[in-house]
Write a new protein. Structure first.
Ligand SMILES: NC(=O)c1ccc[n+]([C@@H]2O[C@H](COP(=O)([O-])OP(=O)(O)OC[C@H]3O[C@@H](n4cnc5c(N)ncnc54)[C@H](OP(=O)(O)O)[C@@H]3O)[C@@H](O)[C@H]2O)c1
Length: 297
């Protein structure tokens, strides 16, 4: 295991004679996946997917605590993942990394409980749709804050996460976030102003593709194929198309053009998409999702 290294943290600014401000620097331990004490607030759908990723990344289960709202779930989570339940207040005081994975409307009440005891130098990771870094910083006394928007394929380790960092986040804390998210799939850092647009892209994206699959299955059924067969045809088609996009290095445009000969079968199908302004419809849907994400701030 890597030896813990030290970083300097500005703990306090002292007023000196002559109005010169001196920073008193104290050492804090750098964190990494194996050594960090972690607190998870919320272990629902997304919380469980992230917990699985954290364990896969190499975190020590004995260093992870969690809190959920319904105490009857504690035993089930403890049994399944080998981690221990604790109070929000205890985790705030002891965690190097505090992950908030509750619904956006629960953030205020959680911050009121976390703020009084938050461990100095800790990293807070918010996974809440729409909530700004500045809101979490202001609610918790300006700690280091990372804002992450994952998506549901995180459940299978093939998620896409978007991450933005507050000013106080240290390099070792950034490394922690990217090591952790690598076990959940891919991650990309974006400027926070782009979080709503990116949420409307990869956060909501799986549901768009699910809706497209539903529409294609319905289209096949209308033409006389039974639903089970139609579902197999469509799912294997989307899986194959996704694999081609991921593995051939060719763009979506090239791959589409490769299977579209003028006046051919696919050409006729795609022509109807064009006439119905598929691109405009998708752009409007994504804008509506981004606007909603902005509303949640
Ligand atoms: N699901 C997605 O596709 C997705 C994608 C990207 C981001 N997100 C974000 O992830 C967050 C969580 O979503 P989710 O789908 O995982 O929700 P969820 O399944 O409803 O889980 C919420 C979790 O928070 C816990 N909780 C609520 N209030 C609490 C409190 N006061 N103290 C401790 N724990 C509390 C709940 O406890 P109980 O288990 O006892 O109910 C539950 O474990 C949301 O902010 C969402 O924006 C979700």
């Amino acid at each position: 295991m890597r030896e813990p290294t030290r970083a300097l943290r500005q703990e306090q600014t002292l007023q000196a004679p002559g109005d010169v401000r001196l920073a008193r620097l104290t050492p804090v331990d750098e964190i990494d996946i194996k050594s960090a004490q972690v607190g998870l607030i919320g272990v629902g759908n997304m919380g469980q997917a992230l917990l699985v990723a954290l364990l896969k990344a190499g975190a020590d289960a004995s260093k992870i605590n969690f809190a959920v709202r319904r105490s009857e779930r504690n035993h089930e989570i403890e049994e399944r993942y080998g981690i221990k339940a604790a109070s929000v207040e205890e985790m705030a005081a002891s965690s190097d990394v505090l992950m908030i994975i509750v619904k956006p409307q629960d953030l205020e009440s959680i911050m009121e409980r976390v703020a009084p005891s938050l461990k100095p130098g800790s990293l807070v990771i918010s996974f809440l749709a729409g909530k700004k870094i500045a809101t979490v910083e202001a609610g918790l006394g300006n700690p280091a804050v990372a804002r992450v928007m994952p998506n549901t394929p995180t459940l299978l380790g093939v998620g896409m996460s978007i991450v933005s960092y507050g000013k106080a986040v240290r390099p070792d804390q950034r490394r922690y976030v990217s090591d952790f998210l690598a076990a959940a799939g891919k991650s990309i850092e974006v400027a926070e102003e782009l979080q709503d647009a990116a949420t409307a892209t990869s956060g909501s994206g799986p549901a768009y593709f699910f809706a497209f699959v539903e529409a294609m299955v319905a289209g096949a059924v209308t033409m006389g194929i039974d639903e089970a067969t139609a579902t197999t045809l469509v799912i294997q088609t989307i899986v194959g198309a996704a694999k081609m996009l991921d593995e051939t290095g060719k763009s979506a445009t090239t791959l589409r053009e490769n299977v579209t000969s003028p006046k051919g079968v696919t050409y006729e199908g795609l022509k109807v998409f064009g006439e119905g302004d598929l691109a405009g419809l998708v752009a409007r849907a994504m804008k509506a999702a981004a606007d909603r994400s902005r509303d949640l701030a």
